[in-house]
Design a protein around this ligand. Structure first.
Ligand SMILES: NC(=O)c1ccc[n+]([C@@H]2O[C@H](COP(=O)([O-])OP(=O)(O)OC[C@H]3O[C@@H](n4cnc5c(N)ncnc54)[C@H](OP(=O)(O)O)[C@@H]3O)[C@@H](O)[C@H]2O)c1
Length: 432
């Protein structure tokens, strides 16, 4: 016969989109969660900025507070769920919760990308854990697999689409021929993009998530500033159309690889062959392709954001932590990070390239361009004249190259841009 099951006391930081999702799951599925965890959950306090603001969830009076001490300093609270967002004060609150011996669950990719290694060490020092499944890919299981299921592998590489907003914008540009500005406006109207879309469209959000995944994958810190980051603002609808015609799809791709020379980590738009598993990932969906030396390729796919998927990931973390606490276990699956590995500079990364340029429509123009590429040791895979250029006497052409180092390619690009026959290099994309 089982003894009395004491409720697990939980505090929450934030009751917005994600916090509201967690709250709904914990209240509407209380019995289900209790059964999975072997004990019920009791929500003790929820920190918000403004307790009197109208909310989409109806919360018991007295539960909301604007005083962080009610969550962080209450000795009865064993687990703190953080869904505030932003670096500060969130990171300070998480440190304080861990120092007070509380387990922490967070959806905060910025905090985990910038401070994850330090917070993991602090959790271990205090005999507790920090769970962050919701910080990458919303409801898609990723952190759990990296911490546990893929553990025997050496992870060779990750290719991923980790930002639903930009994937939605690129899908619209590709399917409807919309401009970047129009597709962004539509994403904002549908609630897929923030009023200030900077973090998404400039690749910052994707770089935070790649930092978290590659740190776990390579068991060594990879920080956001280690990641070459380029967004999608500069993309023209015609590049997506040409890509499609040539059998490619254009995606904001996250890439991390571990090789003999070190770790390379980058976020930038890239052409993917139509057969690539990530080429079919459209709209707001996310996907992560992981290559392990034992498992080979593993593909994760799903909704990367939203109250329910993200809430599902956080409550799953709560169930796992709650089971550990009930059974007297310590931290779940410890993360042991080694020293940071050497980084491969972007200039040394090898890739094929797509170049769209407007040139004088006269004999010898292509030969001059081919000479610059040839002198740099870059061989041309194909040259296509697409249509007449925007100005009289000009032609638009697309060149695809064989692999070259980024630094060499950039130098050749400067050389081509300086030719009098080249009017503009409007598209410069990597092909994965
Ligand atoms: N939205 C998603 O789909 C999604 C998916 C995955 C991960 N995430 C991550 O989840 C976190 C939360 O995102 P969200 O979309 O839920 O944000 P949100 O809707 O803006 O909610 C933030 C909540 O935190 C409270 N808050 C913020 N700063 C505070 C402070 N200094 N003191 C007290 N309370 C404060 C707000 O209080 P008030 O309600 O009083 O304003 C609000 O309840 C972020 O780290 C985000 O990156 C979000």
């Amino acid at each position: 016969m089982r003894g009395i099951l004491y409720p697990l006391h939980v505090g929450m930081l934030g009751l917005g989109v994600v916090g509201g999702g967690v709250y709904r799951i914990l209240t509407e599925r209380a019995d289900h969660v209790a059964a999975r965890m072997d004990r019920p959950v009791r929500l003790v306090s929820i920190l918000v900025r403004n307790p009197s603001k109208p909310r989409s969830v109806s919360v018991e009076p007295g539960l909301l507070t604007d005083d962080p001490r009610k969550v962080l300093d209450d000795p009865s609270i064993a687990v703190v769920i953080e869904a505030l967002g932003g670096e500060y004060p969130a990171v300070d609150y998480l440190r304080r919760a861990l120092e007070h011996g509380k387990c922490v669950i967070t959806a905060n990719k910025e905090v985990m990308a910038k401070h994850g290694p330090e917070l993991l060490a602090l959790a271990a020092q205090n005999g507790v854990d920090i769970a962050f499944e919701a910080s990458v890919g919303g409801g898609i299981p990723l952190i759990g697999p990296f911490r546990q299921d893929l553990a025997p592998n050496r992870i060779l590489g990750i290719q991923a689409i980790l930002n639903g907003t930009t994937n939605y914008i690129l899908t619209r540009m590709s399917e409807d021929g919309s401009s970047f500005a129009d597709a962004l406006q539509e994403a904002q109207r549908l609630g897929y993009a923030e009023p200030d879309p900077t973090n998404d469209v400039d690749g910052i959000d994707a770089a935070y998530k790649l930092a978290i995944l590659s740190t776990l994958a390579f068991q060594a810190p990879v920080r956001p500033e280690d990641i070459y980051t380029e967004g999608i603002r500069h993309l023209a609808a015609k590049d997506l159309r040409y890509a499609q015609e040539m059998g490619y799809r254009l995606k904001l791709l996250c890439v991390a690889r571990d090789g003999a020379e070190g770790v390379q980590a980058r976020v930038h738009p890239a052409l993917l062959s139509r057969q690539h598993p990530l080429a079919q990932v459209d709209g707001v969906f996310n996907a992560v392709l992981v290559r392990g030396d034992l498992v080979g390729d593993v593909l994760f796919y799903g909704r990367g954001a939203g109250a329910e998927p993200t809430g599902s990931a956080m409550v799953a973390d709560l169930i796992a932590l709650g089971q550990g606490l009930t059974n007297g276990g310590g931290p779940l699956s410890p993360v042991h990070l080694s020293e940071a590995r050497p980084l491969v500079p972007m200039d040394a990364v090898q890739s094929r390239y797509y170049l769209r340029m407007e040139v004088d429509d006269r004999p010898g123009a292509v030969a001059q361009i081919a000479r610059i590429l040839g002198n740099a040791g870059i061989s041309i895979a194909s040259v296509m004249q697409k249509e007449v250029g925007s100005a009289a006497g000009s032609a638009e052409m697309v060149i695809m190259t064989h692999p070259a180092a980024e630094g060499v390619m950039r130098k050749a690009k400067r050389g081509m841009a300086a030719l009098s026959v080249v009017r503009e290099i409007g598209g410069f994309l990597r092909v994965e």
